[in-house]
Design a protein around this ligand. Structure first.
Ligand SMILES: Nc1ncnc2c1ncn2[C@@H]1O[C@H](COP(=O)(O)OP(=O)(O)OP(=O)(O)O)[C@@H](O)[C@H]1O
Length: 258
């Protein structure tokens, strides 16, 4: 599934009758099987961009094409994972994982698929547990299983591991990369964490400015699992940080001039 983002912008209603532009003139393409990171500082518009890719929001101008056709709302081929695990409290882990597929009547081999993803995510012992009995990391694993059980072609992830401790984060990041390799979906992952971006992505799209535009796109052709002490990784990290410093100093200068 190829995604082409063509000159999109997004404005929200501001106070009174004003409009506030959040995203301006963003264009890039996502190839099937890419692991794309949307990296930018807090509040720059990353979630807004992801929501437009999900079909939860419409661009104010420009268009997003999926295999050549404009996105028209949400679609099961594009699954989304949010920052906070949102599970149905009265359903078991197994039932939560199956829920979306059941609603869509995508029930062929469902029990097999549910059990398969529960096992992959290391949740077999907790299959009958209720969400209140799970740790945050386990709950996010359930959400990941639920997002993947319908075999989406695109997985959209909005800072899904931001509230997890460092150890759980490292484990689940590794699991995600393994799943991405074995299931061959396209991933679009939003984060403000440079190290997470470098660990996961094969393409990093850096957003900067206000309204946000693309400041850089980095292609990363380095094998997984990635080692932060690898000279290539260190150089890339420095490069990305420098771009942020430049973008930040331009922002400060513009603010000082106003
Ligand atoms: N529905 C909305 N109505 C009005 N303004 C909005 C709406 N959604 C987002 N915004 C504003 O758009 C800007 C970008 O928000 P967005 O959540 O996309 O940023 P972000 O980069 O994902 O931030 P964070 O990393 O903190 O989650 C923010 O200033 C936010 O207040």
């Amino acid at each position: 599934m190829k995604i082409d983002i063509e000159k999109i912008c997004k404005s929200y209603d501001g106070p009174g009758k004003t409009q506030r532009q959040v995203i301006k003139d963003i264009s890039f393409s996502i190839n099937p099987g890419d692991f794309v990171i949307i990296l930018g500082e807090s509040g720059c518009g990353k979630t807004t961009l992801l929501n437009m890719l999900a079909g939860l929001e419409n661009p104010t101008c420009g268009r997003i094409l999926v295999d050549g056709s404009p996105i028209a709302g949400i679609h099961p081929s594009r699954s989304i994972l949010f920052q906070q695990p949102a599970l149905i409290p009265w359903l078991s882990v197994k039932e939560n994982v199956a829920y979306g597929c059941k609603i869509r009547k995508d029930t062929q081999d469902l029990e097999y698929r549910v059990n398969q993803f529960i096992e992959i995510m290391g949740l077999t012992g907790a299959a009958d547990a209720k969400p209140s009995q799970l740790s945050l990391g386990m709950a996010q694993r359930v959400c990941l299983a639920r997002a993947l059980v319908g075999h989406p072609q695109v997985l959209l992830l909005d800072e899904p591991f931001a509230s997890l401790d460092t150890f759980t984060q490292a484990h689940i990041q590794e699991e995600l990369v393994n799943l991405w390799m074995s299931e061959s979906f396209t991933a679009v992952f939003v984060t403000h964490d440079i190290d997470e971006a470098i660990r996961l992505g094969n393409k990093i799209v850096v957003l900067a400015g206000s309204p946000a535009g693309i400041s850089d796109i980095f292609d990363i052709d380095l094998p997984y699992p990635r080692n932060q002490h690898d000279p290539g990784i260190k150089a890339l990290r420095t490069d990305i940080l420098n771009r942020f410093k430049i973008a930040y100093s331009v922002k400060r200068r513009l603010a000082d001039e106003i």
